[in-house]
Design a protein around this ligand. Structure first.
Ligand code: SPV
Ligand code: MG
Length: 293
């Protein structure tokens, strides 16, 4: 089944589904091997792994290149965090076409202004006009060639300090404009805003959430609320930071590899993640036999 169809089916599924964050080919492979059905290509994590801020400091083609590596080395669908679409409706059209060419299953765009700021970083989060954002959604949907490519519209009104009425107005407008799902983002440490939204939203369409700040909410609550898809948005990048710091500090302090050797991945694991075995088999098939072989 196509990656796009699989993501679309996840959105439409009666089960609660999950996407796990990845930010490069390696972490994408790890997500897939862990059993997840799909990948969130996180803007925050990709920019952090570049050592830049989540403010569109990395260009969209740099992000696209990362997504391409992720897509090439995995078979599960990828939902790209497309920020604001990197410009107006026209930039989004081009993004959608480029994502389809790279077999990326969908894109999520948020109703903020370019250049965006991470939702947890600043109180000042100016929102796009509803009509302008609806035009962007329509343009994105009109430009996809594969009917199952998914465009998810992310509502940032709670993040920007607006109330339920504004969130609902925007979600309904984006749904009518053709979004395959709405992502309702919230930065409070309880599920209260999401619950209030779900009570009003009913069954208009699939809803995606990112429970980074309300991580203590039991996952069963999300099921009970009829959420479609949960995104664990940045946890591989954050676990990599902790592990890398610990390893670097230990090696620095001890001037030896001895203490870390038991708790880092083996080289065999690295080669497996790179699919090194396939190349060795191919060399036997395609390279001429030499005296050394
Ligand atoms: C990301 O992972 O880049 C996201 C989610 O957009 S958040 O950081 O919560 O805004
Ligand atoms: Mg992001």
């Amino acid at each position: 089944m196509k990656k796009t169809t699989r993501l679309k089916n996840m959105l439409g599924s009666l089960e609660l589904e999950f996407l796990m964050e990845a930010h490069n080919g390696l972490s994408a492979r790890i997500v897939e091997q862990s059993g997840f059905k799909g990948i969130w290509a996180s803007g925050l994590s990709i920019s952090a792994s570049f050592g830049v801020r989540d403010n569109n400091e990395a260009s969209w083609t740099q992000v696209l290149e990362v997504a391409e590596f992720m897509s090439d080395c995995t078979a599960i669908p990828i939902l790209l965090d497309g920020d604001t679409g990197y410009g107006n409706f026209n930039n989004l059209r081009r993004l959608v076409r480029k994502l389809e060419q790279r077999d990326i299953a969908g894109v999520c765009i948020e109703d903020k202004l370019f250049p965006k700021t991470n939702s947890f970083l600043s109180e000042f989060q100016p929102l796009a006009g509803i009509d302008e954002f609806c035009g962007k959604i329509k343009a994105g949907k009109d430009s996809q060639r594969d009917d199952d490519f998914c465009l998810i519209a992310r509502v940032e009104a709670f993040i920007a300090g607006w109330g339920l009425e504004e969130v609902l107005k925007r979600a309904i407008a984006y749904h009518k404009a053709g979004a395959d799902a709405v992502l309702i983002h919230s930065k409070i440490d309880s599920c209260e805003e999401i619950e209030s939204f779900m009570r009003e939203w009913g069954d208009r369409g699939p809803v995606v959430i990112v429970p980074t700040k309300y991580y203590k909410t039991p996952t069963q609550t999300f099921r009970d609320l009829d959420i479609s898809l949960v995104i664990w948005a940045n946890h591989l990048m954050r676990s990599a930071i902790s592990a890398m710091r610990q390893t670097a500090m230990q090696i620095y302090d001890l001037q030896s590899l001895h203490a870390v050797e038991d708790r880092i991945a083996t080289l065999a694991e690295v080669f497996e993640l790179q699919n090194a075995d396939e190349l060795q088999q191919a060399e036997k098939r395609y390279l001429p036999a030499t005296a050394g072989n």
